[in-house]
Ligand binder design. Structure first.
Ligand SMILES: [Zn+2]
Length: 171
């Protein structure tokens, strides 16, 4: 069993050896990317952890974590979940709270694409589980046969990580 900071592989895109694991994720929920550029400033409020669109769609950023076969740690991807308005404001209230791991989980719809599992990911029910101050909540996807949900329950291989790494680092 290894740690992710020991991860290294020879990249087939750039031919270099990549070492360690950068943080991966998306900076906004999917919906954001469908909004015309000239409307963004008027319709969107976006921070590193929260996003409100048209004052009626509420999203938060959390960690989607996959077990990696033969690794001790999980691979973490920064993804977005839409919450009800009520839960969104509760999330904001909790944001600066030191101890919050005992807070009940919140229901949300998964709102990101994660290459290469992105088919219909917006239909996946999920819950976010709080962790203490400074650590983003983690996402639990409803255990279905969706490839993304399976990746979360079964785990991914080191080879899957090579591909994800290359995709997000080199585009
Ligand atoms: Zn490379």
């Amino acid at each position: 069993m290894r740690n992710l900071d020991q991860f290294e592989f020879k990249c087939s895109t750039c031919d270099e050896i990549h070492k360690g694991m950068p943080s991966f994720g998306t900076n906004a929920p999917n919906y954001y990317f469908s909004i015309p550029k000239d409307e963004i400033s008027e319709r969107v409020f976006l921070t590193t952890d929260t996003c409100v669109i048209d004052n009626e769609n509420f999203f938060v950023r959390a960690c989607l974590e996959f077990p990696v076969i033969e690794y001790l740690e999980k691979f973490s991807f920064g993804a977005w979940v839409s919450l009800s308005e009520e839960n969104f404001y509760k999330f904001e209230e909790l944001f600066d709270k030191e101890i919050r791991e005992d807070e009940p989980p919140m229901f949300g719809w998964f709102s990101s694409w994660v290459w290469p599992y992105y088919e219909d990911t917006e239909n996946i029910k999920s819950r976010i589980h709080f962790r203490n101050y400074g650590i983003r909540p983690y996402i639990e996807l409803e255990p279905t046969n969706h490839p993304l949900a399976l990746a979360q329950t079964i785990g991914i291989s080191e080879k899957d990580l090579y591909k994800i790494y290359e995709y997000y680092v080199h585009g």
